[in-house]
Design a protein around this ligand. Structure first.
Ligand code: ADP
Ligand code: ZN
Ligand code: ZN
Length: 755
């Protein structure tokens, strides 16, 4: 458009040569950007982000397309005309459309699938709206002859209405007349009746009593100034705040957003779904007037209403989980991602995007800063600070000079710690719980396995009860007397006898949260105790209620899976016990050490926030492991300094990019055979590039979870620093799968789940 205006002088000589052209992408079908002519009747009615119908191919079949851009261009007889307009107004901004195109390219996913993710279904089908008759004044009605009093009131109401248009209900109400009066005016040519959409539910726009902004300490102030400066540049900037738990990161985000809002712009704050508690939302609602909250429990109508409200530009802050990165803010000024290391920011369904990388890209497209924050940054982000791609801000101290809790490992190999009875709580941990309760403190116990017994085995023949569809031992859940598969959800009654040899010597071994709960209740019968895991917290209400009770001090011991380890603030917790730190350490995942370090550090962050200090006890068979040792010293940087060289040596992320391809089939040979073929094709394309060392093809090999939901799984990993090259290899390799019939496959770019 800008360039064209340079030629505006030339237009005078050949004014007819230029037409309006829409650049579009198809919802499904050929990928890429295509041009269509905007017919005269549609001029002024199409904008980027609207869906239109266009003819495609020789047969001119009609397909749905998204308009990306409208520009003036020399006419070309080969251009086809747009056939119809689907949306009255844009569904997304052009920045979001550009983002979607990037995602399709980067995640090797069809653009149609990406758009289905970017624009929620409820918005595409206009959930919560209906078509109702609207009335407006007919154009150029010169004067209104002989109107009755009621008719005059109708005309007056319309003259005052925004856009001089009202719905039937609003108009009859305002003018105090019946529909018959309106229809009569339509007949006389004074009014025009047309159908338009209205929304019947309004967004939840609760505001709370204003809370004063806190006076920042020096470190926070410095952090704020760096962000404000970044906002002022009007350019992309990436910032990582590495701040220990309770260092006041959230207050910095809030004040940075205040600065952005003052400039008339909006901010998006991404938090893990699990942290999207009333407590978090209240913090924003007490500081801003218009806060939209996007979480997974909204109804379609509610979500669509929020979306509309955000798109209207009134919303100042959007707080939400992963998919809030697609919020259609018209003038985005800042993106914040708290707890950026959280794995829930990765979507495990196509397009398998990571909200952190999408946020980075969106910030670049919108030319705004991105602020990531964590007490345990992902090594991906940490590495970026070392490469100079992200600016690092450190907040090394807790607010109010509170110290970080003492973290002590308990070596499970030492006989003096041997468990008092058959349970999993060592004497030392038992004594510490006892003492904490004596002193009126609260206790958190973390065990990252749900259920009662993590495997069910026959002691006569050794048979282990497995899921019939997955390569996974079934977990015994005592509360429902059932065995469950934690991967596919398969369930069966808990067996009374061995299914193989009929012996009654069935043993339920391995400890899950249910058994831990039983042990805690037996050891501390006087204490109030609550278990929190996916089984006991099936609804959001149960989860929020549990946290409320704990905060109010009505529960003394909170135990559960890592659900309880997340960024919550409980001042009265004086003891945290990690029942088994090794659960994550021996996972077949190159991030196992990182996960362990994060888990221990994050749960440790739940204590010592009040005046009574805090203690963290970590039970482990590997107390000397550097992940545990670094967590003991609260030393993220030391951890990263040991872990990064290991990743480097194996060529793993974040030093290299990784794409994982999983091929699955009902017949094992089928999966293995196709995996073999694809891997060969990868290697062949690689050698053809003339840079055989630029990437590494690992596998094919059976996936760690070799059988899942009745299908055998093989995987191939491609690693290399040149991300374009890797994508090209994958694209080539996938071509040979086009003939594959009985197999399905998944392409996971930057995978998080390595099973
Ligand atoms: P983080 O997000 O790093 O865990 P928060 O922003 O939640 O830290 O801050 C921890 C606690 O300290 C909160 O209760 C918050 O209200 C309080 N706080 C933060 N900044 C200040 C400040 N400058 N002065 C006083 N209290 C503060
Ligand atoms: Zn048996
Ligand atoms: Zn299963």
């Amino acid at each position: 458009m800008k360039q064209l205006s340079l030629f505006s002088g030339l237009e005078d000589t050949s004014p007819a040569k230029h037409v309006l052209v829409a650049k579009v992408v198809f919802e499904s079908g050929p990928e890429g950007v295509f041009d269509y002519r905007v017919p005269k009747t549609f001029v002024g009615r199409i904008a980027p982000g609207q869906r239109i119908r266009v003819p495609l191919g020789k047969s001119n079949r009609f397909v749905v397309a998204y308009c990306l851009e409208i520009c003036e261009q020399a006419d070309n007889p080969q251009l086809k005309d747009i056939a119809a307009i689907i949306d009255e107004a844009p569904l997304v901004t052009s920045a979001l459309l550009r983002l979607a195109q990037w995602m399709a390219e980067y995640y090797l996913c069809p653009l149609g699938t990406v758009l289905e993710t970017v624009i929620p279904a409820c918005v595409r089908n206009q959930a919560g709206t209906r078509l109702v008759p609207h009335y407006r004044l007919a154009p150029c009605s010169d004067g209104f002859p002989s109107l009755t009093e009621k008719q005059a009131r109708v005309v007056a109401a319309l003259l005052e209405a925004p856009g001089q248009r009202l719905s039937r209900d609003a108009l009859t109400r305002t003018a105090g007349c019946t529909t018959a009066v309106l229809d009569n005016l339509v007949k006389r040519g004074i009014l025009v009746k047309e159908m338009a959409r209205i929304r019947h539910s309004q967004p939840d726009a609760t505001t709370l009593p204003r809370q004063e902004r806190l006076i920042l300490n020096n470190q926070q102030q410095e952090a704020l100034e760096i962000i404000q400066e970044a906002v002022s540049t009007g350019e992309y900037r990436g910032i990582l705040i590495y701040g220990v738990t309770g260092s006041g990161k959230t207050e910095v985000y809030i004040q940075a957003i205040e600065y952005v809002v003052k400039k008339g712009k909006q901010a998006i704050v991404l938090v893990p779904e699990i942290s999207l508690t009333p407590q978090t939302v209240e913090r924003f609602r007490s500081r801003f007037d218009y806060v939209a909250v996007l979480h997974s429990h909204l109804t379609d109508a509610e979500r669509a209403a929020q979306w509309d409200w955000i798109a209207s530009g009134q919303v100042q802050v959007v707080v939400g989980a992963r998919s809030a990165i697609f919020a259609p803010t018209p003038h985005l000024g800042l993106i914040v991602m708290d707890e950026e290391h959280e794995t829930s920011f990765k979507q495990e369904a196509a397009p398998r995007y990571h909200a952190r990388d999408v946020a980075l890209r969106r910030a670049q497209i919108e030319q705004i800063p991105l602020v990531l924050g964590s007490a345990t940054p992902s090594l991906e982000s940490w590495y970026r600070t070392q490469q100079g791609e992200l600016t690092l801000i450190r907040l090394p101290e807790r607010i109010g000079g509170r110290t970080l809790p003492a973290v002590k490992p308990i070596d499970l190999r030492q006989p003096k710690h041997s468990r008092a009875s058959r349970g999993v709580i060592t004497r030392q941990l038992h004594a510490a719980i006892h003492e904490a309760l004596e002193n009126g403190g609260q206790v958190i116990l973390l065990l990252n396995r749900r259920g009662f017994a993590t495997h069910v085995q026959c002691s006569a023949c050794g048979y282990v009860l497995m899921c019939p569809d997955c390569e996974i031992a079934l977990t015994h859940h005592r509360s429902f007397s059932k065995v469950l598969c934690h991967y596919c959800g398969h369930e069966a009654p808990s067996p009374k006898a061995c299914p193989e040899c009929q012996s009654a010597a069935i043993r339920f071994s391995g400890v899950g949260t249910e058994r831990l709960e039983a042990e805690v209740k037996a050891r501390f019968p006087e204490a109030t105790c609550l278990r929190m895991d996916a089984d006991s917290m099936r609804s959001r209400e149960a989860y929020e209620r549990a946290f409320r009770l704990f905060r109010e001090g009505k529960i003394q011991i909170l135990l559960g899976t890592q659900m309880i380890a997340k960024g919550l603030d409980f001042p009265n917790v004086t003891l945290v016990g990690v029942v088994n730190a090794d659960t994550a350490l021996h996972f077949p995942d190159f991030r196992a050490a990182e996960r362990t370090f994060q888990m221990v550090t994050q749960v440790a962050g739940r204590t010592g926030r009040g005046p009574h200090g805090g203690l963290v006890l970590v039970q482990t068979f590997s107390p000397e492991h550097f992940a545990i040792q670094s967590a003991v010293r609260h030393d993220f940087e030391g951890f990263a300094a040991q872990e990064l060289p290991i990743r480097m040596a194996f060529g793993y992320p974040p030093i290299s990019r990784l794409v994982r391809l999983i091929i699955s089939a009902e017949k094992e040979l089928e999966a293995a055979g196709w995996a073999e073929r694809v891997a060969r094709s990868f290697s062949k394309s690689l050698s053809q590039t003339g840079r055989p060392d630029a990437a590494r093809v690992v596998g094919p090999a059976p996936a760690p979870l070799m059988k899942l939901r009745g299908k055998y799984r093989y995987h191939i990993q491609i690693l290399g620093k040149d991300e374009r090259l890797i994508r090209t290899l994958v694209r080539c390799g996938l071509q040979c799968l086009e003939e594959a019939r009985q197999v399905s496959w998944v392409v996971d770019v930057d995978p998080v789940d390595m099973l």
